[in-house]
Write a protein that binds this ligand. Structure first.
Ligand SMILES: Nc1ncnc2c1ncn2[C@@H]1O[C@H](COP(=O)(O)OP(=O)(O)OP(=O)(O)O)[C@@H](O)[C@H]1O
Ligand SMILES: [Mg+2]
Length: 486
């Protein structure tokens, strides 16, 4: 309704000379035909590339990544690989899939005092999941609340910055919390009877390496040095918890440790356990009945009525839990040439992983502060822009807008201009147009400001390039030729 007439674009130009005088041998990296691309000579290091299937995007991006790594050994080059075809000599390879030991944790808290913290992280992650898994507004709201609860259980609170660097929860914690909400709304006579039959004071003491329910007891007046001596009394039950591994739960980061420290500083506790081999859902049902029977003071479980909504949310999140990639430890990704292979994940999970990583990178760079000079600290390569979430305010838009200052450059390629946001095209100093599909010629020539004729005439690995204000027609030297020389 309010469509604006777009401003007429400047006349398309293409300089006839094949070699730009400002970009001579020895400065930057060789792109092809004696042309050197120098990120320091441009307003920013961002690159956007477009081309149909087989036009040479992957070969061009790999060539740039490879040569950047060779020319600037101190710089970090990270490739998010959606198709499993980005292998480069010298890389450190991180495959992320169901059976790999590596994970990505979207819940790692952004430590930036001016835009970080657990609450904001909860909102951001819920936003990413909403987009990728098509959550409704109620489900998104519930997820925010669940994630906040998970942070609280690890002692991480928005108001205390010192807690932001505690070990973050992961998607196991989200699954547990969600299961708890689903389970609390169900009646299960069998579990109720079992709960009533358990004589908690007679259970064995210890922390077995098993799944089940644990009970934390406290002897009033015992242990604390400053507490006046009182006659021995029977231990009181403080807390009941379900755990898939009791020992790990009690010795790991869990809110109960923080609660005990806060309410009973310096005191010791007795732990009894009831071993119960079953899945989360069943464990939590049992835990819930036990809590209802014994009402321990440190349990904060409230019965909820939102069971239907939590069940729907659980269904939508099922694949994210099942793949386990968001529950395993995330590597540091510190090496100088890193390939993170997301190709074995389903599309939605790829997008969640990639968007989370891109945000983490942006946040880390912001924390490191602004760079001196123009050479970026890090180049992030994304060959297949369509795999990234396209909503406004995405990580890529943020990197394109703010990355330069903090030394983070983005290199993005796509088969179609539809997958590249106006911000990404507009703010990338380097634009590379490889042959595109006939149906794309018009739009591409407009958006990248080259004449339709010139775009139409391109052949694989020949590119119309814009470097800041300059334009070149270049035969790119592909990665496979550089690799052979190595
Ligand atoms: N090792 C190689 N030796 C010779 N030619 C190769 C080699 N690898 C790729 N090519 C050729 O390079 C060209 C560009 O391939 P590339 O994989 O970069 O295309 P692309 O634009 O990424 O396509 P897609 O969108 O399908 O991923 C193709 O014509 C391909 O056949
Ligand atoms: Mg490709």
């Amino acid at each position: 309704m309010f469509a604006r007439k777009e401003k007429p674009l400047p006349i398309a130009v293409l300089k006839p000379e094949p070699i730009n005088t400002q970009q001579t041998k020895g400065e930057g990296i060789h792109l092809g035909e004696g042309y050197y691309w120098n990120p320091e000579a441009l307003p920013n290091g961002h690159i956007v590339a477009i081309g149909a299937s087989g036009s040479g995007k992957t070969q061009t991006l790999k060539a740039i990544a490879f040569s950047l790594h060779q020319t600037y050994p101190e710089m970090q080059v990270i490739l998010l690989d959606f198709h499993g075809d980005q292998e480069i000599i010298g890389e450190t390879y991180y495959p992320i899939h169901m059976a790999s030991p590596h994970g990505i944790n979207p819940l790692v808290v952004n430590l930036d005092p001016e835009g970080g913290g657990s609450n904001l992280q909860a909102i951001q992650i819920a936003g990413i999941l909403k987009k990728s898994l098509r959550l409704g507004p109620n489900q998104e709201g519930m997820l925010i609340e669940i994630i906040k609860t998970c942070y609280l259980k690890r002692g991480i609170v928005q108001e205390q910055r010192s807690t932001w660097s505690f070990e973050p929860p992961n998607f196991d914690d989200i699954e547990e919390e969600l299961n708890r909400r689903v389970a609390t709304a169900f009646q299960d006579e069998e579990k109720k009877e079992l709960a009533e039959s358990i004589c908690v004071r007679d259970l064995p003491v210890g922390k077995p390496n098993a799944s089940g329910i644990y009970f934390i007891f406290h002897h009033k007046g015992a242990g604390g040095e400053n507490i006046p001596q009182s006659p021995p009394s029977s231990p009181s039950l403080l807390y009941i918890g379900a755990a898939r591994d009791i020992q790990k739960r009690i010795d790991g980061h869990h809110h109960i440790r923080y609660l005990l420290k806060e309410h009973y500083p310096g005191e010791t506790f007795q732990i009894r356990y009831y071993e119960h081999l079953s899945d989360w859902q069943e464990l939590i049902k049992l835990e819930n009945y036990l809590i209802q029977i014994h009402k321990p003071p440190l349990n904060q479980t409230t019965l909820r009525t939102e069971c239907k909504e939590s069940q729907k949310l659980k269904l939508k999140l099922a694949a994210t839990f099942q793949y386990g990639v968001f529950s395993r430890p995330q590597p540091e990704f510190n090496e100088k040439l890193v390939r993170i292979d997301l190709s074995k994940l389903p599309t939605e999970l790829r997008a969640i992983a990639a968007e989370s990583l891109a945000w983490q990178l942006m946040n880390q760079h912001r924390l490191q502060g602004e760079i001196q000079g123009r050479l970026p600290r890090t180049f992030l390569f994304i060959d297949e822009a369509k795999e990234m979430p396209k909503k406004e305010g995405s990580a890529c838009d943020q990197i394109i807008a703010d990355g330069r200052k903090f030394g983070l450059a983005l290199v993005m390629a796509s088969q179609s201009e539809r997958h590249l946001s106006a911000d990404v095209i507009g703010n990338s100093s380097t634009k590379i147009v490889l042959p595109v599909d006939q149906t794309e010629v018009k739009k591409v020539s407009q958006k990248f400001r080259f004449s339709e004729k010139k775009v139409e005439a391109l052949t694989p690995l020949t590119a119309l390039c814009r470097f800041g204000k300059d334009a070149e027609l270049l035969k790119i030297q592909p990665y496979y030729q550089r690799e052979r020389r190595c």
